[in-house]
Design a protein around this ligand. Structure first.
Ligand code: ZN
Ligand code: FE
Length: 239
């Protein structure tokens, strides 16, 4: 299984999970169809499933066109069935979604939206965290509570430390600036800037990160309790 990163819109990432044996693929959070179609055509990929972490337009914008063109099936959280366009397969927390050779655990991680989920491919040790966990940051709390977001991040933090994290946006540099302002003496964090700028200079994604790196560097995962987390989230909203 191989993951390809596809840049969409301004700063979104969509991902193709490809079984290299038969070229069957899932796309995670297609913001728009065109860049996905482009990649699929070039590499002769057969798109089978569209996995949505949440209903925001920059994560589902390509659903309709991709479904039409490839007859791919849309997988999303059951409580969001009325707001994830073209949804076919409803999944719920703790369920294992299995189709073809794809096998993902569903982890409900509300906070950014009430229906946000993570697709966790346990065997491959990769997790698609949408707009909940970013590299060095976390999503804004739009629909949920601070407590929900804090608990959701803790669920992700408990995944094995070598789990690769694929998130919804390239926000790493601005997240770094926030982390370094409030976590000045974090040596692990301070080292990250060289890696981040080197990648961005070459126009490469800073993704994937890992749970281990995020636990060491991401100020939101390092918050000791809900109160500290909430304060940081407020500060970040006005950063
Ligand atoms: Zn979102
Ligand atoms: Fe988003």
């Amino acid at each position: 299984m191989k993951v390809e990163i596809i840049k969409c819109l301004q700063d979104n990432y969509s991902y193709l999970i490809i079984n290299e044996k038969n070229n069957y693929a899932c796309v995670v959070d297609p913001s728009e169809a065109a860049p996905i179609i482009d990649f699929i055509n070039k590499k002769n990929i057969k798109l089978k499933y569209i996995l949505n972490t949440h209903h925001h337009y920059d994560h589902v914008g390509g659903n309709n066109d991709l479904k039409k063109k490839y007859k791919a099936k849309v997988v999303g959280f059951k409580d969001d069935k009325h707001r994830i366009p073209n949804i076919d397969i409803l999944v719920e927390h703790n369920q294992k979604w299995e189709e073809e050779s794809f096998e993902s655990k569903i982890i409900h991680i509300p906070g950014h939206t009430t229906g946000h989920i993570c697709f966790y491919f346990q065997k491959e040790k990769i997790a698609f965290t949408g707009d909940t966990l970013f590299s060095l940051g976390c999503g804004r709390i739009f629909e949920g509570t601070y407590k929900q977001m804090y608990n959701s991040l803790n669920k992700l933090k408990n995944l094995p430390i070598d789990t690769k994290i694929y998130c919804g946006h390239e926000y790493t540099l601005s997240n770094y600036l926030f982390c370094s302002k409030y976590d000045r003496n974090n040596k692990n964090l301070n080292k990250k800037i060289f890696e981040i700028t080197a990648k961005l200079k070459k126009n490469l994604p800073t993704i994937p990160s890992t749970i281990g790196e995020e636990s060491a560097c991401n100020i939101f995962l390092r918050a000791k309790n809900l109160k500290e987390f909430s304060k940081l989230r407020d500060l970040k909203d006005n950063f």
